[in-house]
Design a protein around this ligand. Structure first.
Ligand code: BES
Ligand code: ZN
Ligand code: ZN
Length: 495
């Protein structure tokens, strides 16, 4: 779908998208516009319930200029928040696709008053409309004939829009492309999306934007002393990879380092998971996918900030070389770990990546991972946890995520939790106790985060993969985290 501005009002439309609160109350200046250009919309609007996240189609009487209106529901006026607008825009776009409408208009004036910053409101709407068209059909023999629809989304404005609105559309497109890429990667089955495959994809994306890449294989990973990463990889026939992307190599500037957990499939290893629902563990690389998606968006936006991505990729299998519970390995940091549970593998690959990040003298380090089921128990399927001791970084995560419709809730990182990670035979165990599992995992990572560098750990085990599904957040890979990472990188660019 192409998104463009239409200030002439000449282009024939198959439908116009408007937004309505409960019982058909049109938003912004849409009512005045409809009264002038399509009075039948005002007359019929009450037929649409305006339920949140539901889009409703109205047909024009014969001879009217615009043949249809899509009323995207926002729910009760006094309960409105920007999340409702995203869901509504996604539902409207999905309905246009369903009806195979080729050219649809989005009335700019309908967005008046829906937020403090008009450019941001447009950006969120355009982003959501684009993401509402997402589908994953790679392995379907029969492709949907609707996939090309709508061809064009024309933003209808009375006058030439200010630059900030064009910029808003550009940012929306970049974010949506990053999210779609991350979803594709997560949805790709694990027999295809192996560590080698994902490394190839990451390099392809980075190279397209002119970023420097390096891919380490087993040999170099071993030489670097990454015994924890290797301990996870050893149970699989698929060799591990560590992808390094530098968006501005050679720059003196200290980079923002993004690290994404890339477990292409998590069987649990010898500490085997129960089989029920295990298929969702193809999504255990959602952190890696979010980082690759963010790199795609950063590349499209030509962000000036130096960003480095580190993506450890392994498959956690109980093959003949697999790590046994009780094995002790030496990490790149020199610290030893007793692996009491091979299903706590994410922290093992991340700890070596965190140690490796030190060589970039980062300005800040962000890791993102589907790390613990305990985080899902604590916060549910739709909210991610974040852990940091740096107040500035915490404030940036709060701001970035709220602005972008991804919810993060802060969790503690108190050292007192380390007690449970003490080992009889090594410097630490990889698992503490069951209760407080997300915090123990974060505290494990903290032992490897580079010294005084601001560091935040994002646990997206809940929202990284969805089994419910709406127009905005489809079933399967969600692309959660891409927008927050992008926003974070943008904040660093300016501040
Ligand atoms: N990949 C899982 C975490 C996960 C669970 C992600 C549910 C998405 C949905 C992780 O590697 C894992 O297995 N963690 C264990 C840790 C435990 C053994 C301490 C868990 O959370 O049960
Ligand atoms: Zn696991
Ligand atoms: Zn895992």
């Amino acid at each position: 779908m192409r998104i463009e501005y239409d200030t002439t009002g000449n282009g024939a439309l198959d439908a116009v998208i408007l937004f309505a609160f409960k019982d058909g109350e049109l938003t912004g200046s849409a009512k005045a516009w409809a009264d002038e250009h399509a009075p039948w919309i005002s007359r019929l609007a009450g037929e649409c319930p305006g339920d949140p996240g539901k889009a409703c189609l109205l047909h024009a009487p014969e001879g009217a200029g615009i043949p249809r209106a899509v009323l995207a529901g926002l729910g009760k006026h006094d309960k409105f928040e920007i999340d409702n607008l995203r869901e509504a825009a996604a539902a409207a776009a999905a309905l246009c696709r369903e009806r195979k409408l080729a050219r649809v208009g989005l009335l700019h004036a309908a967005l008046d008053g829906l937020g403090e910053n008009q450019a941001r409101v447009l950006e969120e709407t355009a982003f959501a409309a684009r993401v509402g068209l997402y589908s994953y059909e790679t392995f379907k023999s029969e492709k949907s004939e609707r996939s090309g629809f709508p061809e064009t989304l024309a933003v209808l404005a009375g006058e030439e829009p200010k630059n900030e609105f064009f910029e808003a559309l550009r940012v929306a497109e970049a974010g949506a492309a990053g999210v779609a890429l991350a979803r594709d990667l997560v949805n790709t089955p694990a027999n295809v999306a192996t560590p080698r495959y994902l490394a190839g994809k990451a390099v392809e994306v980075a190279a397209l934007h002119g970023f420097k890449t390096d891919v380490l294989g087993s040999e170099r990973i071993r030489e670097l002393g990454m015994g924890a990463l290797m301990a996870v990889a050893r149970g699989s026939a698929e060799p591990p990879r560590l992808v390094i992307i530098d968006a501005k190599p050679g720059a003196k500037e200290k980079p923002l380092v993004l690290i994404g957990k890339g477990v292409t499939f998590d069987t649990g290893g010898i500490s085997l998971k129960p089989s029920s629902g295990m298929e969702a563990m193809k999504g255990d690389m959602a952190g890696a996918a979010a980082v690759i998606g963010a790199i795609e968006a950063i590349g499209r936006l030509k962000l000036s900030r130096r960003v480095v991505a580190l993506i450890p990729l392994v498959e956690n299998m109980p093959g003949h070389g697999a790590t046994r519970p009780g094995d002790v390995v030496r990490t790149m940091s020199g610290k030893t770990v007793e692996i009491v549970n091979t299903d706590a593998e994410g922290r093992l690959i991340l700890c070596d990546a965190l140690s490796y990040s030190a060589r970039f003298s980062p300005a800040a380090v962000v890791d993102i991972a589907t790390l613990t089921g305990a985080c899902v128990v604590a916060l549910g399927k739709k909210v991610a946890g974040y852990f940091t001791e740096n107040e500035e970084l915490a404030a940036i995560v709060e701001r970035s995520s709220i602005a972008r419709g991804e919810r993060f809730w802060r969790m503690p990182l108190w050292d007192s939790y380390f007690e449970a990670l003490k080992s009889e035979v090594a410097d630490m165990k990889n698992v503490g106790e069951r209760m407080g599992g997300a915090i123990h995992a974060a505290l494990f990572l903290k032992q490897y985060a580079p010294g005084a560098t601001p560091w935040v750990h994002l646990d997206i085990a809940g929202p990284g993969f969805s089994d419910s599904g709406s127009a905005l957040v489809t079933k399967g890979g969600t692309g959660f985290g891409v927008r927050t990472l992008l926003e974070l990188a943008g904040e660093f660019a300016t501040g």
